[in-house]
Design a protein around this ligand. Structure first.
Ligand code: UDX
Length: 437
């Protein structure tokens, strides 16, 4: 099939490459010339494991090209909208400028029978509004909402082998013409048994925000338990292991630590609350306010614990922060709890050095006032305290004896509860986890 993908960020670049991998002819379109130049040269404009290899592989087949020219969408039968929906400045709601601009820019290039497929995370009601625009331009075209659930760091695998497909079509019917078109697009994963659900537009939009809200709630639930464990002298990691053995609960997304960040969960729960308010259903989501505040409290807690570890004062203390990305295997620092903690510590008088295998260029753009060192060994030199805030493998594998020879005090705060406390304590370190004795 001939496919256009509008928006070549984390979602669109991966989607375009994966659609070409599935055998389609794909054109990726973005307004950012630098991004398009990089992608055309098979270079990923961000770090995502496996993406560059995939770009090289599919570009060599001639099935994938990139351009800034929206007119190149003409001739494709399926047009994916993959642009970002960031949080509005100074408000909780989602900024739909890019989704609207992408759709309006695409309209002159669609033909009868085409389908426009929204993948961006949007407030419920957006699909119906965009569907009207599509139909006004071309009554023979259709708009489908097909939310994306990919995780950064696993984006290629999540796109090629998703847990499920959701197709939101105007009448919510399996018989809708657009359903068989999308079935052709996804024929490879569908044939290997990936389930797919057909819904109406609002249900499909809500599936995405509901899923992210559930994940955020699960993380804040275990972080609330961590607060309790600290008060009661219990161990939240063992508690999570035990409750996670109940199938109904499950152990995934029950890792207590410094909380969630990134370009999705924080802004998605806020946009969801804002939209619920507009719909007169704000009471239904007031619990998400608590989910958000438990999450933000984690950051303050880490600053306080670091002060405790530094004998009551941060002034002049050398703090090394291991990890800047919002999670490992990503260079994304959007709403990264690690960086936000580093910045708060610096504001309170600590001398902070941040290290990370991939995210330092992005981190330096966001917080130019922090000191960065890409060499782990150099970054820990003469530190008064280490903070492990992003659980990259290389930090999990640090040797407490070797690191101990470089720092000035053997103190570590494990913000992801990922190290073995006995191992570090027996090497002479003062080890603190979150929600652990
Ligand atoms: C998320 C959703 O998982 C994905 O389905 C959706 O499409 C986009 O948003 P992503 O933002 O890539 O994906 O990250 P995710 O793996 O969900 O992690 C989010 C944050 O939660 C990270 O900061 C991570 O460190 C944190 N987290 C995750 C925890 O603190 N504890 C956990 O147990 C799991």
């Amino acid at each position: 099939m001939r496919i256009s993908v509008i928006g070549c960020g984390y979602l669109g670049a991966v989607h375009a490459a994966c659609m070409a991998k599935l055998g389609h002819d794909v054109v990726g379109i973005d307004v950012d010339e630098q991004k398009i130049a990089a992608l055309s040269a098979a270079k990923a404009p961000f770090y995502e494991p496996g993406l560059e290899e995939l770009l090289e592989e599919v570009q060599s087949t001639g099935r994938l090209s990139f351009t800034t020219d929206m007119a190149s969408a003409a001739g494709s039968n399926v047009h994916f909208i993959c642009v970002g929906t960031p949080q509005k400045k100074g408000e909780n709601g989602a900024d739909l400028t890019y989704v609207d601009a992408a759709t309006v820019g695409l309209l002159p290039h669609i033909a009868p029978g085409d389908i426009v497929v929204g993948k961006s995370t949007v407030p419920v009601g957006t699909a119906a509004r965009l569907s009207d625009l599509v139909l006004a331009q071309e009554p023979g075209a259709h708009l489908v909402w097909n939310p994306e659930f990919l995780r950064e760091g696993h984006a290629v695998a999540d796109t090629l082998h998703p847990d499920r497909f959701v197709y939101g079509v105007a009448n919510g019917s399996e018989e809708h013409q657009a359903v068989s078109v999308l079935d052709d697009v996804y024929s490879v994963p569908l044939s290997s048994g990936t389930p797919r659900l057909v819904t109406d537009h609002p249900t499909a939009e809500l599936v995405k925000t509901a899923a992210n809200s559930f994940l955020a709630t699960k993380i804040s639930f275990i972080n609330a338990m961590a607060e309790l464990c600290e008060a009661a002298g219990a161990d939240v990691t063992r508690l999570a292991d035990a409750i996670g053995m109940d199938d109904r609960i499950g152990r995934k997304f029950l890792n207590a630590g410094i909380g969630f960040g990134g370009g999705c969960l924080p802004k998605d729960i806020r946009a969801f609350m804002a939209r619920a308010g507009e719909l007169g259903a704000d009471q239904a989501l007031t619990f998400l306010r608590e989910v958000d505040s438990i999450n933000m409290r984690r950051r303050t807690r880490v600053v306080e614990l670091t002060r405790e570890l530094c004998d009551g004062t941060l002034l002049g203390k050398r703090v090394t922060v291991l990890g800047a990305a919002f999670k490992p295997e990503s260079d994304d620092v959007r709403d990264s709890p690690a960086l936000s903690i580093a910045a708060q510590l610096q504001l309170q008088g600590a001398v902070v050095t941040v290290t990370d295998p991939k995210a330092l260029p992005n981190a330096a753009k966001r917080f130019p006032e922090l000191h960065y060192d890409s060499d782990t060994n150099a970054s820990v030199e003469k530190a008064d305290v280490l903070l492990l805030l992003t659980e990259w493998k290389e930090y999990q594998n640090l040797d407490p004896f070797e690191v101990g020879g470089r720092v000035s005090s053997l103190r570590i705060l494990d913000g992801r509860n990922t190290l073995n406390p006995e191992k570090w304590r027996s090497a002479g370190w003062t080890y603190r986890g979150l929600g652990r004795p």
